[in-house]
Design a protein around this ligand. Structure first.
Ligand code: NAD
Length: 512
């Protein structure tokens, strides 16, 4: 059968109907309905999973609160040791989990494996971090005083994830949050709940094996309404939400109303500037993978190419020729380059974006279209498209989560940077150039306004070691590497007086 997917599902413990609410090893039955997960690969129903009801949610939060009392007292390096074992468990199931991600979400099997590798990598990172949750020491202005800061765990971290990275984004949050001493409640995308179910089954036995309580890793399932229980809940001090800007504006506002913290990872509208000084072979390859990889469904997908006029025609024709060689089909088959979009709604959004760019005056370089016939029965397979456009077109200003690439022409670099930054989003960016002045200008404070800025690599994909996230309507959050862990902890400044006097700060006198 379909590249052994059934065998992988069996090994991951997924049956045709599954409970979806879990505090670890314990699964809670709900009164509510089942949610079906359909594969965009072949349109078939993979399995059903029960939606969390309010009682289930309350049970999860209460267990999480109790678990936090215990987990925060486990020394951080010991927490790291448990995360190390989670990384090892993921190494063992890499092929099966990668295949499920590919089948449920539609990305290529290679990318599914890459996503699991990212989970393994962030576990390794978190293990090291568990011994490096450093604070600073400061010199006090008062004699006989010492000042320092320390980082304490926050409590429950609510993780809301998007369909396109159904497992990696959770692990970026959870692995770091756990070593920080937090407990996590995960609400995965309703479009990829089975991948989340599989993860919960992988990690729960490891916490149990170490004698840890239920509630350190919990799962709740459902659509935005289940997500709203968390965003409105002041027992959840941090909401880390990944998804559309539309979602982020609602979540950000809801969490802010209760003065909670949110970490938002939202949409991008990423561009590559291709200079006349670019290595065009590299530029074409970077643009191609960035635009069509994961069928354009990465937050870092390349949506715009801003091309210097002297190389514009060459880039355009070479891209058109590369696109003509793309093989589209079942993503589990490693000979295919591009798989399906997530569902038919996404196909409609793709078609409507093409209509809009045409109506605005955009010209087709590669027209696109929906594939039909054998192998394309799910109705989710589309042809990657290229349109010549202008940056100010309304549709170009928006993120369409599909493989549509817009070509925009420029004359001089400051103009390219202005076009580049002239969108509401600010996630990932790149310049292709061998000219050092151009590269440095692009990275400088008057260059790219994005959270990620690259030279001579594309916009798509990132390593876990860096802080990941973006500015403006991308939401401002940072996850994964560098010091992103600080978002999962609370900072405490401590002043200790070891003298026999009690001097006040700023030299204030208050003698009676
Ligand atoms: P989406 O916004 O439709 O859904 C994302 C998640 O938010 C889902 O779990 C959904 O149930 C939940 N949700 C939606 N409305 C909510 C609400 N009002 N309250 C609480 N939860 C709510 O996004 P999607 O279609 O799954 O994913 C695609 C989007 O995600 C794209 O815009 C993409 O750029 C973005 N994305 C961003 C990053 C990043 O790191 N910046 C990473 C991956 C995806």
């Amino acid at each position: 059968s379909n590249f052994g997917i059934q065998e992988s599902l069996n090994r991951l413990g997924i049956s045709s109907q599954n409970p979806g609410t879990s505090t670890g090893q314990v699964w809670i039955n709900s009164q509510s309905n089942y949610l079906a997960s359909y594969s965009p690969v072949d349109g078939k129903k993979i399995a059903e999973i029960q939606v969390t009801d309010n009682d289930g949610y309350e049970a999860v939060v209460s267990k999480s609160q109790q678990a936090f009392e215990i987990w925060r007292q486990v020394p951080a390096p010991r927490r790291g040791e448990i995360v190390r074992e989670i990384g090892n468990a993921l190494r063992e199931v890499k092929a099966d989990l990668g295949k499920l991600v590919s089948y449920e979400m539609g990305k290529s099997y290679q990318e599914g494996l890459g996503e699991v590798q990212e989970m393994i990598d962030i576990c390794d990172f978190a293990v090291g971090l568990s011994r490096q949750l450093y604070g600073l020491t400061m010199h006090s202005e008062r004699p006989g005083h010492r000042m320092y800061e320390q980082w304490h765990p926050l409590g429950i971290v609510g993780i809301i994830s998007a369909f396109n990275f159904p497992v990696a984004v959770w692990s970026w949050n959870a692995a770091i949050a756990w070593v920080c001493g937090d407990v996590c409640i995960w609400k995965p995308s309703e479009k990829a709940p089975l991948s989340a179910l599989a993860c919960q089954k992988i990690v729960a036995p490891i916490f149990e094996k170490h004698g840890m309580p239920e509630g350190i890793s919990s799962l709740i399932v459902g659509d935005y309404q289940v997500g709203e229980w968390m965003t409105q809940d002041s027992r959840v001090p941090l909401i880390s939400a990944t998804g559309s800007t539309r979602m982020g504006k609602i979540v950000g506002k809801t969490v802010a109303e209760r003065l909670g913290r949110s970490l938002l990872e939202l949409g991008g509208n990423n561009a590559i500037v291709i200079s006349e000084h670019a290595d065009l072979d590299m530029a074409i390859r970077g643009a191609l993978f960035g635009a069509v990889g994961t069928a354009g469904q990465r937050c870092t997908s390349t949506r715009r190419l801003i091309i210097q006029e002297n190389v514009y025609e060459e880039v355009k024709s070479r891209l058109a020729s590369a696109y003509s060689k793309l093989v589209i089909g079942n993503p589990l088959d490693e000979t295919n380059h591009v798989g399906p979009l997530i569902d038919r709604d996404a196909v409609n959004a793709y078609l409507s974006a093409i209509e809009k760019v045409k109506a605005s005056g955009g010209k087709a370089v590669v027209a696109g279209g929906v594939l039909e016939g054998e192998g394309f029965e799910s109705g989710c397979y589309v042809l990657p498209a290229i349109y010549e456009a202008e940056n100010h077109f309304e549709i170009v200003q928006h993120e369409t989560f599909a493989p549509i690439l817009y070509l925009i022409k420029y004359k001089i670099l400051p103009e390219a940077i202005a076009l580049h930054n002239g969108v509401p989003q600010g996630l990932s960016s790149a310049i292709m150039t061998l000219n050092m002045r151009e590269a440095e200008a692009f990275l400088s404070h008057v260059g790219s306004d994005c959270g990620i800025a690259n030279v001579n690599i594309g916009t798509s994909g990132a390593e876990i070691g860096g802080a990941f996230g973006g500015e403006k309507e991308t939401g401002g959050g940072r996850e994964s590497g560098s010091d992103a862990w600080k978002a999962y902890m609370r900072r405490q400044t401590n002043t200790i007086n070891y003298s026999t006097a009690l001097p006040l700060a700023q030299g204030i006198k208050f003698d009676i």
